[in-house]
Design a protein around this ligand. Structure first.
Ligand code: ATP
Ligand code: MG
Length: 567
């Protein structure tokens, strides 16, 4: 669902589909699929593929299936299946009654394999995995034909049947396609179609002890589902001849495979295997840790599905690999939250302020605008009292130049409140500032002085007596270099984990309107950033907020200043 402000650019895939529709190649049908392997949680790279496949289906009045590519029982898990279903729905897409599993087709795949054997196009090989590797050849040297390559059809049928009925141990035999050991394309050198794996499958239980390989399974599954355009990432380009070969030999309905460049993001890794390592080795709290690039992590962090979709539309699809700057994702998140998040006041590092000339038991309710971008979001009343909290960072005893916020003798504006002037600093015996004693000007309610005098800063606050306690978790990038994978052979991506990727502040104070806020709700803390209520850990007596994103691109600023210093 591309929104009207950001129409999807016509990319090469859409151009190709339009051409197929013009020539009536698939009878004008457009039917795509998203085929995750349930061996981990979905990440932002998968979102690119989801938005592309489901987006194209919507745009062309077509359909998109969700298909679990569940051919490897040892790595797959129902936890992953459930999370994938939740994540695709959350991103805003639906597959109707078209949720499939490659394992739904195991019977059919077996029948087709028998057919290939009968056609003399597949054979049972007794070589071990290691021997297969050795005989496969290289890019410059042809492969070697297996001594079992020319078995008779009947012997192959018999052996394949025995493989299926569990007569041979794991790894002792394979079924291979009989293509060409001299092919310049290694994928065409008699690829393995089936292997023996005596393992229970999350979906088919103990029915099978042989499992079909991805390349064979994928094209047949696409064909069975009458997919028109089978969109996949670039590394499958060299597999396309094999995709075509199976379907041609079996004389099956033939979808078009189309490859596009996968998403790479700076400061991010996306391989599920590596993400699993981060979880297992406890670098993060789980797959949905808000620092993870997983859909569930982004969701927990407060990112909206709309901003992910906008991001995917903006990066577009291309035929060559590139890395997208994570700042673009952050920009899309900020832009979207700016439109929808209610503004509130929250103080991360509270410093008590007493307004010495404010009546002891008085409470005033200040009308605050919920979102200046959207009047329809209305206003709310926030209590104002004699004792307030402001942020430590908004005060300096000795202000450096260009620091315009509160300091001794200086006057600033309290947002939606009054002008206040700092008269006195209270310190504890160690010399830490524990309180400021200020005066307020009763004439300045609403933030303007009748005599026209100006102040140079507006700061936020909460009423001490009304404030709610909160824990705030500040997240930063999980890696401290743009490409944690590609440094050199002697480094591991875990060497580049940012030790400051999580800062927990436990004594924060937020305005009382947040009492009714629900888990996952998102807010802008004025002047501070965007936050959401943590879906797991937040409690009524202590709200827990995750920082989704800062207000401005602090990193870009820091980096720019570092670069300036260097040059
Ligand atoms: P990973 O390498 O992260 O483990 P994968 O490709 O093995 O990913 P699958 O579950 O097989 O993961 O992927 C499902 C679909 O998502 C495939 O069509 C795949 O091409 C696509 N996909 C995976 N990663 C990306 C990415 N970074 N960018 C775009 N599409 C992706
Ligand atoms: Mg895969």
């Amino acid at each position: 669902m591309p929104d009207s402000e950001n129409p999807v650019a016509a990319d090469f895939i859409r151009t190709l589909i339009r051409k197929d529709n013009e020539t009536n190649r698939f009878g004008g049908r457009v039917h795509t699929r998203f085929p995750p392997e349930p061996n981990g949680y979905l990440h932002i790279g998968h979102a690119k593929s989801i938005v592309l496949n489901f987006g194209i289906a919507e745009e062309f009045d077509g359909l998109c299936n969700l298909r679990f590519d569940d051919t490897n029982p040892s790595k797959e898990d129902t936890e992953y299946i459930e999370s994938i279903i939740e994540d695709v729905h959350w991103l805003g897409y639906d597959w109707g009654n078209r949720l499939f599993h490659a394992s739904d087709y195991f019977d059919q795949l077996y029948e087709y394999a028998v057919q290939l054997i009968k056609l003399g196009k597949a054979y049972v090989d007794d070589l071990s995995a290691e021997e297969l590797r050795q005989q496969r050849g290289t890019l410059t040297e042809p492969g070697i034909e297996s001594p079992y390559r020319n078995r008779s059809v009947s012997e192959n049928l018999d052996l394949f049947q025995k493989m299926r009925s569990g007569e041979f141990p794991d790894g002792s035999r394979t079924l291979r396609a009989k293509i060409d050991m001299k092919s310049p394309n290694l994928n065409m050198r008699d690829p393995v179609m089936y292997r023996i794996k005596k393992e229970s499958h999350p979906h088919t239980g103990d029915k099978w002890c042989i499992y079909p390989m991805y390349d064979y399974t994928h094209c047949v599954s696409d064909s069975i589902e009458l997919i028109t355009h089978s969109i996949c990432t670039l590394e499958f380009e060299d597999h396309r001849p094999l995709y075509d070969w199976f379907l041609d030999q079996l004389n099956l309905y033939h979808p078009q495979q189309i490859e596009f460049a996968r998403l790479n993001l700076s400061y991010t890794i996306m391989s599920k295997r590596k993400l699993l390592q981060l979880v297992k080795e406890r670098y993060v709290s789980g797959w949905d840790d808000p620092r993870m690039p997983t859909i569930s992590g982004l969701r927990r962090r407060g990112v909206t599905p709309e901003s992910i979709r906008t991001f995917c539309d903006r990066i577009g699809v291309a035929k060559n690999d590139s890395t997208v700057d994570i700042a673009l994702l952050e920009f899309c998140i900020r832009e979207d939250l700016n439109k929808r998040a209610v503004r509130v006041m929250g103080v991360l590092n509270p410093l008590k302020v007493t307004l010495t000339n404010y009546p002891e038991n008085q409470v005033e309710y200040m009308e605050c605008i919920n979102n200046p971008e959207d009047e329809s979001m209305g206003t709310r009343l926030v209590p104002f009292c004699r004792e307030l909290y402001i942020d430590y960072d908004d005060f300096r005893e000795i202000p450096p130049s260009k620091f315009y916020r509160l300091s001794p003798g200086r006057e600033v504006r309290l947002r939606y409140g009054y002008f206040i002037r700092c008269q006195e600093i209270v310190k504890d015996e160690k010399g830490n500032i524990i309180e400021l004693r200020c005066t307020y000007d009763p004439e300045t309610r609403g933030g303007f002085a009748p005599d026209g005098r100006k102040v140079q800063a507006t700061i936020h606050w909460v009423s001490a007596q009304h404030a709610l306690n909160a824990e705030v978790r500040l997240y930063d990038r999980l890696f401290n270099i743009p490409n944690p994978l590609g440094e050199n052979e002697n480094t591991q991506f875990t060497d580049f984990i940012n030790p400051n990727s999580l800062t927990i502040l436990q004594n924060c104070k937020v305005e009382p309107s947040l009492q009714s806020a629900k888990p996952t709700e998102r807010f802008q803390f004025e002047r501070v950033g965007y936050f959401c209520i943590d879906s797991r850990d937040s409690r009524p007596d202590c709200l827990v907020f995750n920082r989704t994103v800062t207000l401005k691109d602090i990193w870009a600023k820091i980096e720019a200043s570092l670069n300036q210093k260097k040059s």
